[in-house]
Write a protein that binds this ligand. Structure first.
Ligand SMILES: Nc1nc2c(ncn2[C@@H]2O[C@H](COP(=O)(O)OP(=O)(O)OP(=O)(O)O)[C@@H](O)[C@H]2O)c(=O)[nH]1
Ligand SMILES: [Mg+2]
Length: 537
């Protein structure tokens, strides 16, 4: 055996020498001629060590690659103006992919839903207030600058015939006064849950008073974490505001009081049919909550059974201080108010369509004010809470999904104008952007600036995103959102032609939505270029 092992390398050597005639690499690796037995042994030992080192490196590389694949992260940024539906889209992701966590938090949304309902009631009371005193007393209603979201469209002003002959709604105001006190209490509760730590915001300034770099956030998931707006260095980037960019680049053929060059009809124009356009949520209260608000409210105080002997369930409804009691005691007055034909007529006169506004729960007063009300998935999706700052949500898809092993990070941002400066720092680091444009908003104006049409703002925001060089490598998905509201709006007789003068096609949903699809740039050359550079086309 020993003899064989000594002669075998010589045979191999001869073989290699023969091969080396035609193989330059093999020739370069040939042992030196006249190699002694000791030299050969040392060389073979070195070769063996090198081979082991190489195998070890291969193993490490394979391991690194495996763990890199295991930890692959996809980052998605949700963009769009305020109330475009970003947080709702995120909730839908959560419901689909992390339903257990979503459902665990449902109870926490109870207070947001109550607040939405109370604010709709306040909005009605404001609308039916005597003409010479449209603002409701601060004593009754807290900060009167905070109104619920409303949608107003069409050309109508309140009929002058109503002035002076208004029914007296005083009894509603009297019966519903406890709700106005409750509104403030709910706001305080949401902003200041008892287990908030001292580093989190614990107060609720109206949105108008939020500093431009507001960095306190609310989040919508147990897996959320907070990103302070200033946490990343911002690359140089400009997101033009609609008011500065509207006149120059729009390819929209909107009619207008065109002297300004603004293709959208000005809501202030005396000749515009949009004279009564109002903000969708003027001075909407921004609830600045810390990350603990859901944790605090999500754990129901339910004990079942109440005692070993009884089958009764004990819960929050037995706490006399729970907000549900005030709501429950006002439910009859709320229902009467909402069903009162004169009140509805007044809302129609003022072109206020609360049923299309954010956080609309007026059709479900009885269910929502029930003592044992527990929000459904749909209720949570419908609940409206404005986002301030940027919130990061992390989750993984189901194990059997083709995306298993991939970690998803979704960034939900505030869409109001004073929030948009927080977007840019995320641009250089995301894989995809989902941009939401609510196409039902063609007859609305921004809450932050009632001179700007919401659709116009959305369009210019969209353009500034797709034209942005920093985003040239990013996959951009456009969601034309609130299609259900668009359909309802058109069916109720609101005419797109009144807002886009050279729109001369039918006013049905299919034609209008197709028109918006085109307008939002599926044919846009810049979008095409961006999609090409990101290998999507
Ligand atoms: N009817 C209808 N309502 C929607 C749709 N998408 C969102 N909403 C509602 O619109 C309201 C506003 O949606 P949000 O998701 O809070 O809007 P946002 O873009 O996060 O707004 P900001 O946080 O202010 O930037 C919520 O009450 C949602 O339930 C939709 O497609 N149809
Ligand atoms: Mg939001």
């Amino acid at each position: 055996m020993a003899q064989r092992s000594r002669t075998q390398p010589q045979n191999t050597l001869q073989h290699v020498r023969r091969r080396s005639l035609s193989d330059p690499l093999a020739a370069a690796l040939l042992p030196p001629a006249g190699e002694t037995a000791e030299q050969r042994e040392a060389r073979l030992r070195q070769e063996e060590e090198a081979k082991q080192r190489s195998e070890c490196i291969d193993k490490m590389l394979k391991h690194d690659e495996k763990s890199r694949r295991r930890k692959k992260t996809v980052k998605v940024l949700l963009l769009g103006q305020s109330e475009s539906g970003k947080s709702t889209t995120l909730k839908q992701f959560q419901l689909l992919h992390a339903p257990a966590a979503f459902r665990q938090e449902r109870l926490a949304w109870r207070f947001v839903i109550y607040l939405n309902l109370v604010r709709s009631i306040r909005r009605i009371l404001e609308a039916i207030a005597p003409e010479d005193n449209t603002a409701i007393d601060d004593d009754d209603f807290g900060d009167s600058s905070d109104t619920a979201s409303i949608i107003i469209s069409g050309s109508g002003r309140p009929s002058s015939s109503l002035v002076g002959s208004q029914p007296n709604y005083e009894h509603y105001r009297r019966r519903l006064a406890p709700l106005m006190e409750l509104e403030q209490r709910l706001i305080n509760m949401l902003s200041d849950p008892v287990d908030n730590d001292e580093h989190e915001a614990t107060h609720l300034p109206p949105s108008s008073s939020l500093p431009a770099d507001a960095h306190t956030l609310h989040h919508a998931g147990s897996m959320a974490s907070i990103h302070h707006a200033g946490a990343r260095p911002a690359p140089r980037i400009t997101i033009p505001t609609a008011s500065t960019s509207a006149s120059s680049s729009s390819s929209f053929a909107y009619s207008s009081s065109q002297s300004s060059g603004n293709p959208f009809m000005s809501p202030r124009s005396p000749t515009s049919p949009a004279t009564s356009m109002m903000s969708s949520g003027s001075n909407e209260l921004s609830v600045r909550t810390g990350s603990n608000w859901k944790k605090h409210f999500a754990f129901p105080r339910i004990q079942s059974p109440k005692t070993p002997e009884s089958g009764e369930v004990e819960g929050w409804w037995e706490d006399p201080n729970d907000p549900v009691h005030t709501l429950n005691s006002c439910r009859a007055a709320m229902s009467e108010l909402w069903r009162d034909p004169k009140v509805r007529h007044r809302l129609d006169e003022k072109r206020i369509r609360l049923e299309e506004s954010s956080g609309f729960f007026l059709d479900e007063i009885d269910r929502i004010t029930a003592l044992m009300y527990f929000p459904t998935d749909d209720d949570v999706l419908k609940a409206r809470l404005k986002t301030t700052g940027v919130v990061e949500h992390t989750f993984s898809l189901a194990k059997n999904s083709e995306w298993r092993g991939v970690e998803w990070k979704i960034y939900d941002v505030g869409g109001a104008r004073n929030q948009r400066q927080a977007w840019a720092p995320y641009f250089d680091d995301v894989n995809a952007i989902i941009f939401l444009a609510p196409i039902s908003a063609f007859d609305q104006v921004l809450a932050e600036d009632p001179r700007v049409n919401r659709l116009e703002d959305s369009f210019h925001l969209w353009k500034s995103v797709i034209e942005n060089k920093l985003l040239a490598h990013v996959n951009i998905v456009l969601f034309l959102n609130k299609c259900d509201l668009l359909r309802k709006k058109l069916e109720s007789g609101v005419r797109l032609r009144n807002y886009i003068a050279d729109y001369n096609r039918p006013n049905d949903y299919e034609t209008v939505s197709h028109y918006f699809r085109n307008r939002f740039g599926v044919r846009d050359s810049i979008l095409t270029a961006n999609l090409k550079s990101s290998s999507l086309m």
